[in-house]
Design a protein around this ligand. Structure first.
Ligand code: PDD
Length: 292
């Protein structure tokens, strides 16, 4: 899919043409990556799990002591979809809050005005159930606060680019012998018909799609354990899938390690399939929209 810039963006209180949207070179987001972001999906113009995403935004802002009033963000999200004329389309809303402009010092000033950017863009959210993807496996070199959705994403960028260059869908990462998550997705394994995913901790992002899947497992008698999978147990795994706002639920076929390739299966596993259907039923229940 060809990537385009959005026509209009919300910047610090105004909706403006994106080509006129300018931020200072002294913005701490530009100088330090001192900022927080969120990505919220929408189906046929209706935002999905918006409250959960805004709660996580609040959490991230609090954890880095970034003061910003986000009380109007729920209505701004709707406006973003309208401004992009995407009321009948699938897409996502990008939100970014940085600590604003200040003379460069590592420590942040007491007083600052946050820079707020928001826009909606179209993206193809259909057909995730038909994908059976390969992923690269690499070591997790990220910081120890991956629970914060920081715009400082250098390690994720390098990991994802390495996977893309090799022709794979995602890069999943290992820290201290345990799988953590993908460069922009949460990670699940099925072993003995039990679904495993890394527990919420500073080593993973508390994925909104991940949290929904855990709830769906619990409601539908699918055993789910929030426990990190050691790499040594990969040979017992029968299904692997990744989840996320734009990834939704994507089944994984092969894992490519630097020194070996591991095939998970010849077809998408039954638990992954069931969860994909439960996910689309949830979208139907919450938004009245059929996605699968
Ligand atoms: N990424 N883990 C990481 C490191 C992520 O960046 C993301 C999302 C997820 C999945 O979270 P959620 O289900 O809340 O989307 C897990 C977004 C989409 C991004 O960076 O564009």
């Amino acid at each position: 899919m060809k990537l385009n810039y959005p026509g209009k963006v919300y910047l610090n209180g105004n909706w403006i043409n994106s080509k006129d949207a300018k931020v200072s070179v002294f913005d701490r987001g530009f100088l330090f990556g001192d900022g927080i972001y969120e990505v919220i999906p929408f189906y046929k113009g209706k935002a999905f799990l918006a409250k959960e995403h805004l709660d996580r935004l609040k959490y991230s802002l609090k954890e880095v002591e970034l003061n910003c009033d986000i009380s109007n963000f729920d209505s701004l999200i709707l406006k973003a979809i309208e401004m992009a004329e995407l009321n009948e389309e699938d897409g996502a809303i990008y939100i970014q809050v940085t600590r604003g402009m200040a003379p460069r010092t590592h420590s942040f000033p007491e007083n600052y005005k946050a820079t707020i950017l928001m826009y909606a863009y179209k993206t193809d959210l259909s057909g995730f159930q038909n994908q059976f993807s390969d992923v690269l496996v690499s070591s997790d070199i990220r910081w120890h606060r991956c629970d914060i959705k920081s715009v400082s994403l250098m390690a994720n960028i390098l990991a994802n680019t390495e996977a893309k260059k090799a022709g794979f869908a995602e890069n999943i990462m290992i820290r201290d012998g345990f799988f953590t998550e993908g460069s922009h997705s949460s990670l699940f394994f099925v072993k003995d018909d039990i679904v495993y995913t890394h527990p919420n901790s500073p080593f993973i992002l508390p994925g909104i799609t991940r949290n929904l899947l855990i709830k769906l497992c619990k409601e539908n008698n699918i055993e789910i354990v929030e426990k990190a999978l050691p790499v040594s147990e990969l040979n017992e795994v029968t299904e692997v899938f990744i989840t996320g706002t734009t990834t939704q639920i994507t089944a994984i076929k092969n894992l490519h390690f630097p020194d070996k390739d591991i095939k998970i299966g010849n077809e998408i596993g039954s638990i992954t399939r069931k969860l994909q259907h439960l996910f689309s039923s949830e979208v139907k229940k919450q938004l009245g929209i059929t996605i699968l």
